[in-house]
Structures are given as structure tokens and as C-alpha cells.
Design a protein around this ligand. Structure first.
Ligand code: OAD
Length: 244
């Protein structure tokens, strides 16, 4: 991507902003080989959300739902963070007041955070994302508070109830503490940098409008494009490293 006027303006906005919230969606991981949900090749083209990503689907056929999540777990474990994840982790580690908020459940921001923190000799916490929709790398108990890292057992060792993927399904509420913290960060932010989301799933999509300014990075137009201060048309892996 050449240095367009918009890119130069956007770089200046990033440099001047005191507090930045980075909101990411599936598009930030597309160049790592993780399929997005919508659009050509998107997961929702080949799978029906109501059969796989709802509490009703899990109650009806937990094995089918688990099979789909195990497939996605394995898929993301075989992918690597890309240049956009690394650039965002570097931004969060090298400046105060930057926080990554993601709708993604693939764990790639966290892996980039660990890699960059190790390389920079920095504390990793600043680059760990707030995960609005949970993580497919964790399971949680359907009855008690137990959460587990990557684990294939079917039942909770503490209470015996069935385990489920630790993600937010359609029809479920986001963790109020997590979305509350994201909204607080967005309200206090000078800039929301929105990368690779179709911006149609709420409440995540509503975060950008809380910040003072918005830069969007996406190869396509989204509902945010018309109100964004700057819209950079391109892929995350190409644009984000140039922006930061
Ligand atoms: P979507 O699949 O809805 O949108 C992906 C966005 O990424 C689109 O706007 C694409 O144009 C853009 N995109 C594609 N390739 C890109 C690239 N290389 N670089 C940058 N952008 C690219 O994914 P999300 O917006 O994340 O929710 O979807 C939001 C939520 O809907 C997901 O978290 C999931 C889904 O149903 C739950 O599962 C609760």
C-alpha cells in the first residue's frame, strides 16, 4: 500500500492520541488463515449459526457443537499471528493508554502479545486483549464457575456438569464486567482503531462511536465507514504495520 494522504493523516492521529482502544474482528486474523464469519468463504456461508452457536443447539446435540469447536480449535492452533497482530501488540506494549478489545475467540492477539513482550523484554499484560466473545481455547462448566484451558474432558471435575466452549453464543449476554470495561475504555479514548470487523454485531459494534475519533481498517465498506474520521481500504496485515 502506498503512503496515501489518509494514511499519513491516520498515522498522525495515532501518534497524537493519548488513549487508544483497538477494536478487532475476524478480519484481523484472515491473513493468518482463520476464516471470517461473513463474506466469501465465511463460516456462516457453510454452517448455520442456529445449529452450532446457540445454547439451544448445545442442549439438543452437545457432541455436534463440540465437534465444530474442536475443529476450530485445531484450526487456530495451526495458525500463527500475522503482521497486524504483532504491530498491535507492539503498540500496546510500547505506549501507555492502549488497549486491545477483540471479538475474536482465536487467541492470536494473546500469542502475539507473548511473542512481542518476549522480544521487547516488556510485561505482557498490556497487550493481552479484552475478549468480548470469549475464547475457543477454553472450556467452562455449564453449572459452576469452573473454567479450563484447552481441555477435552466432557464433564466438570468439580461438579460433574457438562463442559461447554467458553464463548458467547447467539442469544447470550456478554460478560457484563468485560463489556462494561470495554465501554469505559472506549468512552475515555481519544481514538478507536477498528480493524477487520463487519461492525454489525452489537454491543461490540457500538464501542467505536463512544470514542472521540475513529479510524477504520477494512478492505470493504461497513456501517462504520460513513461516520469514521478516516477509513483505510486495505487488509489488516498490509495497513496496520504502516499505520503504527
Ligand atoms: P465478520 O466475518 O462479520 O466480518 C469480517 C470483516 O473483516 C469484514 O468486514 C471483512 O471485510 C473484513 N476483512 C476480511 N479480510 C480482511 C483482512 N485481511 N483485513 C482486514 N479486514 C478484513 O467478522 P466479525 O465482524 O468479527 O460473534 O463478526 C462479529 C461477530 O459475529 C463475531 O465475533 C461472531 C460472529 O457471529 C459470535 O460468535 C458471538
Amino acid at each position: 500500500m502506498e503512503m496515501t494522504t489518509d494514511l499519513v493523516r491516520a498515522r498522525s492521529l495515532v501518534q497524537r492520541a493519548g488513549r487508544i482502544v483497538v477494536l478487532t474482528g475476524a478480519g484481523v486474523s484472515a491473513e493468518s488463515g482463520v476464516p471470517t464469519f461473513r463474506g466469501a468463504g465465511g463460516l456462516w456461508r457453510n454452517f448455520r449459526p442456529e445449529e452450532l452457536a446457540t445454547p439451544e443447539a448445545f442442549a439438543r446435540d452437545p457432541e455436534l457443537v463440540w465437534e465444530w469447536y474442536r475443529w476450530r480449535r485445531e484450526l487456530v492452533q495451526n495458525c500463527e499471528p500475522n503482521a497486524a497482530h504483532h504491530a498491535l501488540a507492539t503498540l500496546a506494549l510500547s505506549r501507555d493508554g492502549v488497549r486491545i478489545v477483540t471479538q475474536n475467540v482465536d487467541g492470536l492477539h494473546a500469542r502475539a502479545a507473548v511473542a512481542r513482550a518476549t522480544a521487547l523484554g516488556a510485561r505482557v499484560d498490556a497487550a493481552f486483549p479484552l475478549e468480548l466473545h470469549g475464547s475457543i481455547l477454553r472450556s467452562r462448566c455449564t453449572r459452576c464457575e469452573t473454567r479450563l484451558g484447552d481441555d477435552t474432558q466432557a464433564r466438570c471435575a468439580r461438579c460433574g456438569a457438562r463442559l461447554r466452549p467458553d464463548v458467547v453464543w447467539f442469544g447470550e449476554m456478554l460478560d457484563p464486567d468485560v463489556i462494561g470495561e470495554a465501554q469505559r475504555l472506549a468512552r475515555n479514548a481519544d481514538l478507536c482503531l477498528v480493524v477487520g470487523t463487519s461492525a454489525i454485531v452489537y454491543p461490540a459494534a457500538g464501542l467505536a462511536s463512544l470514542a472521540r475519533a475513529v479510524i477504520e481498517v477494512n478492505p470493504d465498506v461497513t456501517p462504520l465507514t460513513s461516520t469514521a474520521d478516516i477509513s483505510l481500504r486495505g487488509t489488516a496485515g498490509a495497513v496496520v504495520p504502516q499505520l503504527i
